[in-house]
Design a protein around this ligand. Structure first.
Ligand code: ADP
Length: 312
């Protein structure tokens, strides 16, 4: 199912959460909405789910304005606070949405087993959520959301409390299920690395409005403005009445005389590809990947293989 937000605004009292947001989540794809904390990501999911009404503008499902109450929208949701039912078993949790829909008992049992297997928790069906690890609880929440075969899955930073390895393996799980079932997913996160990895379609929002949307590659390779560039991990340094933006892997450390940007090495870290150096210039600093470990305090030039310039 395709989801479109058309000029949507929404306030909590006098606090503006969305300001004329336009955004698309294409059918059968994973759309990642990325933006800083407070930019309106959760609010946009709540509007799509029907938990809030827009002040103005429209939410369209397959081109038609949606007015159904949340329980009629057939949407699966996993939020950061998982809200698993602590007194119910894993099987009971997964079955919940099917029972609400009055699915026959035998069918429920079969579907619960099927989804639990898909999520790798079929050996824990009789456990209570409190007896499971954080990662397993996330799997139960995902299984519960997927059990009723939703036409849309909404994920609100569901993995942010997990350690890095678990987060990575659950991201693969979501990607696998989404690609296998051609499910439409909207996933929100403030983590641009997660966004790039997961997204078919990427929407960058800021202050309740869209900054840019497109393929994940398209947005990262061609940010529309300095905010998007900075948010997607570019360095941004003042240059000729504007900002020069470049990714850490797109700068090379050279002799100062060989480059236009001059800086001094502040600190060095290891990185999978070699090293990362923080270099600072006149009122700016940048993060640069290097194949060697430069000396702290060394004067260097920055030769840019690719950059984007934005006028102030
Ligand atoms: P994000 O998910 O990107 O962090 P939110 O959608 O949660 O952003 O919030 C957008 C704005 O709305 C923020 O300024 C936030 O403080 C405000 N907000 C969110 N929920 C509420 C609420 N229940 N009451 C009042 N203000 C809220």
């Amino acid at each position: 199912m395709e989801v479109r937000l058309q000029n949507v605004s929404m306030k909590y009292g006098h606090i503006s959460a969305l300001n004329g947001l336009n955004m698309l989540a294409p059918d059968g794809k994973i759309t990642v909405v990325v933006g800083p904390s407070g930019s309106g990501k959760s609010t946009l999911l709540r509007l799509v789910a029907g938990l809030e009404e827009p002040l103005s503008g429209k939410v369209l499902f397959d081109g038609k304005p949606v007015h159904e109450p949340p329980e009629k929208r057939n949407i699966g949701m996993v939020f950061q606070s998982l809200a698993l039912f602590p007194n119910m078993t894993v099987a009971g949790n997964i079955a919940f949405g099917l029972q609400v829909r009055k699915v026959p008992r035998a069918e429920i049992e079969e579907r619960v087993k099927e989804v639990a297997k898909l999520m790798g928790i079929d050996s824990r069906l009789d456990s209570k959520p409190g007896e499971l690890s954080g990662g397993q609880q996330q799997r139960v929440a995902l299984a519960r959301a997927l059990a009723p075969n939703p036409r849309l899955l909404l994920l609100d930073e569901p993995f942010s409390s997990l350690d890095a390895r678990l987060r990575d393996s659950l991201r693969w799980e979501v990607k696998h299920i989404q690609q296998q079932q051609k499910l439409t997913v909207i996933h929100v996160t403030h983590d641009h690395v997660e966004a790039l990895g997961l997204a078919d379609h990427l929407a960058v929002i800021n202050d309740g409005a869209l900054e840019q949307e497109g393929t994940a590659r398209g947005v990262v390779d061609n940010p529309a403005n300095e905010f998007v560039a900075w948010f997607m991990g570019y360095n941004s340094v003042p240059y000729n009445g504007g900002r020069l933006c470049f990714l850490p892997q797109e700068a090379e450390l050279t002799e100062p005389a060989l480059a236009e940007l001059h800086a001094e090495v502040d600190a060095v870290q290891n990185s999978p590809a070699g090293f990362r150096a923080r270099v600072s210039g006149d009122s700016w600093w940048a993060d640069v990947e290097t194949g060697f470990s430069p000396a702290i305090g060394a004067k260097v030039g920055l030769k840019l293989k690719r950059s984007k310039f934005f006028k102030n």
